[in-house]
Design a protein around this ligand. Structure first.
Ligand code: CMC
Length: 377
């Protein structure tokens, strides 16, 4: 291949078809199974969106009742699993705990080896139900607190707050969280989803694909950016410093976290919805510390637009929102996993439905063929 044929980072390369989601170019609007994500965020629960991504249609009332009952019943962890996860060193990142958890769920699943669509649906639901339990217990243990068992009378989002904090905040806060889950759920062939599809394309199992996807999401150029946004805001500190800090960071060739996107070059279509939700959280708070952070957040956004013309991606408002909801920074990317598990597993099913081994080529630039020296043994 000539240098001109090489598409580094697979930028602009179309590798397969998908029926799950797309960004409509004319309107710059993300759709899941044809529905604009802003309408789903305005009208649906996260459970309805999960059903939509997996089954192609929003659930009927009866289907939703059944879906919810199944998800709630699957939440509790085996005692042995909970014990194992409590032994993972606290010095590691919570994404490592989650990656270990999914690997372990695979090892303890008696249906492992059955990759029929039905078995994979059951595995997907099992992960959807159990991942929040792991994320919440891990945040609590790092705070020196005992885990709180899931409550089957609570919805997905409410139950997560209950397991993290022992209380469920006001509905408006829960709704902001649910909106973030809906917006994070699916985004076509992003790096982690593509990773899951690569693993699946070898006919490996769903748990292996999800474990690998978690590894891909962890990086700061992908899901890890929502945590990096908060670290960056903490580093800047004073809203007055935003523009000077940006100059220094750009001069040092740093990437500004929460800005830019491979697909959206004129703004991420999910940002306005999440930004509004975050502003509602700020307005409710009235706390000077929140006002300082929100002012800084806005100042950096304006400085970046003026200086580079680069817009925020979803991680920019979501990072601040998760902080305002009371979650610890290292839990932000694990929360992203709790949502994206729906998109990943929808793609795993789709990959198996019309599988082709994913195996690209490389243009070799290493040493040309040569003889092994006689002395080598
Ligand atoms: N800060 C500074 N410069 C940037 C940024 C940024 N955040 N994003 C893009 N640029 C510049 C980049 O340096 C390049 O400039 P030049 O042409 O002078 O070299 C130009 O814009 C084009 O960028 P690119 O790196 O070719 O774009 P890409 O499509 O390869 O990268 C990206 C996309 C998301 C990796 C990148 O924008 C980035 O590193 N952003 C920061 C990390 C981040 O927020 N990631 C979250 C991504 S979206 C949601 C998610 O997956 O969670």
């Amino acid at each position: 291949a000539s240098a001109a044929d090489i598409r580094r980072g697979l930028a602009g390369v179309v590798v397969d078809t998908t029926e799950i989601s797309t960004v409509i170019e004319e309107t710059n609007s993300l759709t899941y199974r044809g529905y604009p994500v802003q309408d789903l965020a305005a009208r649906c629960s996260f459970e309805e969106v999960a059903h939509l991504l997996w089954h192609g249609e929003l659930p009927t009332g009866a289907q939703l009742t059944e879906f919810r009952a199944q998800e709630r019943a699957l939440r509790p962890l085996e005692r042995t699993t909970a014990e194992l996860l409590a032994r993972v060193p606290e010095t590691c990142h919570p994404m490592d705990v989650l990656r270990t958890a999914v690997s372990f769920f695979g090892a303890e699943d008696p249906t492992e080896g059955d990759d029929s669509p039905e078995a994979n649906r059951a595995k997907s639901l099992r992960l959807l139900a159990k991942l929040p339990v792991v994320v919440a217990a891990d945040q609590r243990r790092r705070r020196g607190l005992e885990p709180i068992a899931p409550d089957a009378s609570l919805g997905y989002a409410e139950n997560f707050f209950h397991m993290c904090f022992g209380t469920v905040p006001e509905p408006e806060i829960v709704r902001c969280f649910e909106i973030s889950l809906i917006l994070y759920a699916e985004h076509s062939f992003n790096a982690s989803t593509f990773t899951a599809r690569v693993v699946t394309s070898t006919l490996s199992d769903l748990y292996s694909a999800v474990t690998a996807a978690i590894g891909a999401l962890k990086g700061p150029l992908h899901g890890g950016a929502n945590e990096a946004v908060m670290h960056m805001l903490e580093e800047i500190g004073d809203p007055q410093r935003a523009a000077d800090w940006l100059e220094e960071a750009l001069a040092a060739k740093r990437k500004i976290m929460g800005f830019g996107h491979r697909v959206y070059k004129h703004g991420d279509s999910r940002v306005p919805i999440m930004q509004e939700a975050t502003e509602r959280l700020v307005a409710r708070s009235g706390d000077p510390e929140t006002t300082r952070l929100a002012t800084l957040h806005t100042a950096l956004r304006h400085a970046m637009a003026a200086r580079k013309g680069i817009h925020p991606n979803l991680d920019y408002p979501a990072g601040l929102a998760y902080h305002l909801m009371g979650f610890d920074i290292p839990a932000f990317t694990p929360i992203f996993v709790m949502s994206r598990i729906t998109g990943w597993t929808a793609h795993i099913t789709e990959q198996l439905d019309h599988n082709a081994l994913i195996r690209p080529l490389a243009s070799y630039t290493g040493v040309r063929q040569r003889a092994v020296p006689a002395a080598a043994s």
